[in-house]
Design a protein. Structure first.
Length: 335
């Protein structure tokens, strides 16, 4: 299947986390046919009921693994195409990357290369469930080429993630008599205002930590003093988080409680000779793999600035370039 046709087919399969079953079935069928033709092995790696990582290996031992994720963020955005771009949910994050990796693999196989694998995982956009499961089942790979939109530049590092659920409790009352109740929403807003002004760490390579209050929920009706409220806070971290955790506790007390629900550390990565480099602010599956699939590299076509938006797209020429980059990296690392 042609690179652009394969990207289109993948985009047309909605795979918003945790709905990866259909795209996983498609990839398993496609990669099984590749394995049968070229003497490889395809397998499903169960993660949760109805959710599998998909792995295909060529040769023994496997030295290099090309990997990215199958899931996307909501909402689904339909596929469309123009002369320059492919558009739609997952175009750059990361359906186009999957297609580029597969096409690079097909090119390598035609040249007789037999020391690599393709690993496509579930859950990266939420909790890296697929990568954590894969880390429990390594196959001896020495190098991991992880695909995310880096504009085809090799990332020297990526920020980590620290996610919190902030909850506040109050006491219900009739809104005509607010003195008889206690507003959980006002208590939550007090805590969030202090959180907004936290001083967060800076790193010379990765830059400034950033904070986003992404979700706020609470209350029961406009005429009821709210007895409960909650928010979700996401911090892009650049190093040790001990002081950040302590600051969150101080900022929420006494109005609310902070519960940590996710921590993925920041990572610093290596370079390869001859490849242009960058640094990215987002989090990837690499920390969840925890080195179990080899020394990690991070590179892929497309811009993160249009990922997670209604204007998600990838330039066709960047997909073509990515195929050559992945092919080149496998050969370079194999040496």
């Amino acid at each position: 299947m042609h690179l652009f046709d394969l990207t289109r087919k993948l985009i047309e399969i909605e795979s918003i986390t945790p709905n990866e079953r259909e795209v996983g079935d498609f990839l398993f069928g496609y990669l099984s046919a590749m394995a049968e033709q070229h003497g490889g092995t395809a397998e499903r790696m169960p993660v949760e009921p109805g959710r599998d990582n998909i792995l295909v290996s060529f040769g023994t031992p496997v030295t290099i693994t090309l990997s990215t994720h199958m899931d996307t963020v909501p909402p689904y955005v339909p596929f469309r195409e123009d002369e320059e771009f492919l558009w739609g949910r997952g175009a750059c994050d990361t359906k186009g990357i999957i297609a580029s990796m597969i096409c690079a693999a097909e090119r390598l196989l035609r040249q007789g290369q037999r020391n690599f694998a393709l690993l496509f995982v579930v859950g990266e956009e939420r909790n890296s469930a697929g990568a954590y499961e894969a880390a429990k089942n390594p196959r001896g790979s020495r190098y991991l080429i992880n695909g995310e939109p880096t504009e085809n530049k090799l990332a020297l590092g990526s920020k980590g993630a620290l996610r919190y659920e902030i909850t506040a409790q109050g006491r219900m009352a009739h809104s005509a008599y607010p003195e008889l109740g206690q507003s959980a929403i006002l208590r939550l807003l007090n805590a969030l205002e202090r959180i907004r002004h936290l001083r967060l760490p800076y790193d010379e390579l990765l830059g400034q930590s950033t904070l986003n209050i992404g979700v706020i929920q609470g209350g029961r009706a406009p005429n009821v003093i709210p007895d409960e409220a909650r928010a979700e806070v996401f911090i892009r971290v650049v190093g040790d988080v001990t002081d950040v955790r302590h600051s969150m506790e101080l900022a929420t007390d006494p109005d609310a409680q902070a519960k940590e629900v996710l921590h993925i550390p920041a990572v610093k990565l290596g370079a390869l000779e001859g490849l242009e480099t960058t640094v990215v602010a987002y989090t990837t599956d690499i920390p969840a793999f925890n080195g179990a699939w080899g020394l990690p590299f991070l590179i892929g076509p497309g811009s993160i600035h249009v990922a997670h938006t209604l204007e998600e797209r990838v330039r066709k020429s960047d997909l073509v370039k990515a195929v050559s980059l992945y092919e080149r990296m496998v050969k370079q690392l194999a040496e």
